[in-house]
Each structure stands twice: as structure tokens, then as C-alpha cells.
Design a protein. Structure first.
Length: 374
């Protein structure tokens, strides 16, 4: 058992989950301003293993392990997350206008499931404020920005199609020049409106059309609902076909508590905890989606960023072998602590060597039947 698991985690778990999250991000923000802290962090947490270096969508990554959106929602701790051992990080979700998100409580721990329930509802400082932070930051590792429709609250009137599309386009216009990549979140499980809108045929193409005039130089990824239906995947690929700046996909958490989650506790125990489950129970569902998408997509053009239930190297490696070129984690930080990227990277090297791979890129898709086509 690690020092974090034995000593630090029990203390943190005595506090409310959201309060712990807020204090952690603020501590990292302050630490990033102290001279020498970033250098010490790099020395403690970064792993430089040539086997893990990889090129994805025109970007160079020192390792394929990333920090998922949701941890640093407004880019307040950019200097520290760039020194935590991740090969890349993603902030957000960022909306065109500032948002306070959903009413509290909105973050819950499920220790027996190695999971959390998230119902934040996209609180963030808004694209204009966050773009200024990005402009002032010079990251060592790729930094992505997750963009989403502004959550104006459950009582707000429904937005028109043009208002939804303009919301994304405005955020993209402010952030794309200061981002390594953009992730368009089309399926947030904890905010009304946007998710249903992009379920409609043709709406993804409408959004991508709206982004063309921006002449973005950074790659764009789409974060979509976890659905491995061949028809849904075919529709996604068809609507992206004529937009070369779209370089890949990521699957979001499923809304609510669907039967597809591998929960061991009764769902009625979660009735008073609204939101989406993140962590170990979602891994199987996401893995099925990654495998299906990898088989159907143009593997020479698109890549997959795998997320959902990555708490150790074995799960990260599984997602890579199913077809993900990069993977992201968040819940693992809560249960395993800040050394988890370093631990996963070192173990991932061992797994690659065990299976005879000379680089992480060689392993991508080798556990998927589609690999036989290459």
C-alpha cells in the first residue's frame, strides 16, 4: 500500500468530495507560483522512457497517459498539471459564457466501486477568461481544451440550433490558437440541451461547418456518447468525412446509471446521488465502444483517445490494444494519488517489453480483430 493510500487518502476522504477537489486544485494553483516547485515536481513525477514517446494527430507526446477534462475545469493550475508526469492534459469543459453548474452536492465517492458520481454540470470561468490564462502559459506537454455548450441552468429557455452552434464556435475562436488540440464535448451527461441536440442527424456536420472559417491549425477531436451501435458510429464518421481538421474521437461517460455499468451495489442505493458514474464500473462499456469504433474508422486518419475506468496500467494497456492511441484518467488520482501517472508509465513499459513491442505505437490495436487488416 502506498503512502498516499495509507495516510493521505483517509484524511482527504473525511472531507466533502467537492471541497477536497476544490482545495486540491487551489493548492496546485498556488504551488505553481512558488519558484522551484515545478522543477521539483518534474523530478519527482516525470518518466522519460523512449518506448512511450508517440506521435498522434501531428503532436508529439512523451507518454500516452493524459489528465482528463474535469479535474482542472478553468485552467487554474496549468503549471502544476504540466509537471505531474502526464504526457498531455486536457482542461475544461469550457463554455462560451461562465457557468456555476448544477446545485450542490454534485460530486460523490463510491469507494467500494473505485468510482465517483459526477454531477457538476460544467462550472467554469468562461472561454474569454480561460483563453487569457492559456495565452500566458507555455506548456512543455500538449494541452487540450474541452469545449461544451454553456449550461444556463435547468430553468432557462431552450436554445435554438444557431445559439448552440454559435456557443461552440465562439469558444473555439478564443481558444484554438492557444491549444494543442480542441475536444468538442457533444455529449455531457450532466447538462441539458447539448446532448440531445447532437443526437439528431446532421447536427455534427452543422457544427463542423461553423468552425471552418476559423482556419484552425490544431487538431480537433469529438467527445461522443458511449454507444457502439454500428449505425451511430457510421453516422458519426459520415458527418466528419469532409472536415480534415477532425482527427479523432473520445467517448464520454453514460448519463445516469444504465445497466451497461458494472456496478456491484444496488442502484437504489444511488437514488439520492444524481449524475454520471466515472471509474471502474464504466470501463467495460467504453472498451466495447473503442473496439467497435477502431474497426469501423479510417485508421490512417483518425485516432481514439481512451478514457473511462483507467486506474492502473493493465486497463490503460487494454485500451491501447483495443485501438486507443492515447488514454486519459481522472478518478485514479482520487484513489491512487498524484504518483499514478508515473506508476502507470513504468508498468506500461514492462507490459510492452513482455509482449515484444518496441514502442507504444506498435501496440495500438493489436488486441482488436481490425488490426489484421493493416
Amino acid at each position: 500500500m502506498s503512502f498516499y493510500s495509507a495516510m493521505i487518502r483517509p484524511l482527504l476522504f473525511r472531507l466533502d468530495a467537492e471541497r477536497t477537489h476544490h482545495l486540491t486544485v487551489e493548492a496546485c494553483r498556488v504551488a505553481g507560483r512558488i519558484p522551484g516547485t515545478v522543477g521539483v515536481m518534474r523530478a519527482c513525477f516525470e518518466v522519460d522512457e523512449p518506448m512511450l514517446h508517440t506521435d498522434v494527430a501531428g503532436l508529439r507526446f512523451s507518454n500516452p497517459i493524459g489528465l482528463a477534462a474535469g479535474w482542472d475545469k478553468s485552467g487554474r493550475a496549468l503549471r502544476i498539471i504540466d509537471a505531474m508526469g502526464f504526457g498531455f492534459a486536457e482542461i475544461g469543459s469550457v463554455s462560451a459564457r461562465p457557468s456555476t453548474g448544477n446545485p450542490r452536492p454534485r460530486l460523490f465517492r463510491l469507494p467500494e466501486e473505485r468510482a465517483i458520481i459526477v454531477n457538476y454540470g460544467l462550472p467554469n470561468d468562461g472561454a474569454e477568461c480561460i483563453a487569457k490564462r492559456l495565452e500566458a502559459h507555455c506548456p512543455k506537454h500538449p494541452l487540450g481544451v474541452n469545449l461544451v455548450r454553456t449550461n444556463r441552468g435547468a430553468e432557462a429557455s431552450a436554445d435554438s440550433a444557431d445559439e448552440i452552434l454559435d456557443d461552440y464556435a465562439y469558444s473555439a475562436s478564443l481558444t484554438h490558437q492557444h491549444s494543442s488540440y480542441l475536444m468538442l464535448n457533444l455529449s455531457c451527461p450532466n447538462a441539458e440541451g447539448g446532448r440531445e441536440f447532437f443526437d439528431q442527424s446532421g447536427t455534427i456536420k452543422l457544427l463542423l461547418d461553423r468552425l471552418v472559417p476559423l482556419e484552425m491549425n490544431c487538431p480537433v477531436f469529438l467527445k461522443v456518447a458511449p454507444n457502439d451501435s454500428p449505425a451511430r458510429i457510421q453516422r458519426l464518421l459520415e458527418e466528419c468525412e469532409e472536415f480534415p481538421f477532425v482527427r479523432g474521437f473520445c467517448f464520454n461517460l453514460p448519463a445516469g446509471k444504465p445497466d451497461s455499468l458494472a456496478l456491484t451495489i444496488a442502484r437504489d442505493r444511488l437514488a439520492n446521488r444524481p449524475g454520471a458514474v466515472a471509474g471502474a464500473p464504466v470501463a467495460g462499456l467504453i472498451n466495447r465502444c473503442i473496439a467497435r469504433l477502431y474497426r469501423e474508422m479510417d485508421q490512417g486518419r483518425y485516432v481514439i483517445i481512451g478514457t473511462g475506468g483507467i486506474l492502473d496500467a493493465e486497463e490503460a494497456y487494454l485500451k491501447l490494444r483495443l485501438g486507443a492511441s492515447l488514454v486519459q484518467l481522472y478518478t485514479a488520482l482520487i484513489y491512487e494519488g498524484p504518483s499514478v501517472p508515473k506508476t502507470i508509465c513504468r508498468e506500461l513499459v514492462r507490459l510492452l517489453k513482455r509482449d515484444g513491442f518496441e514502442s507504444v505505437a506498435e501496440a495500438v490495436g493489436t488486441g482488436n480483430v481490425a488490426h489484421a487488416r493493416d
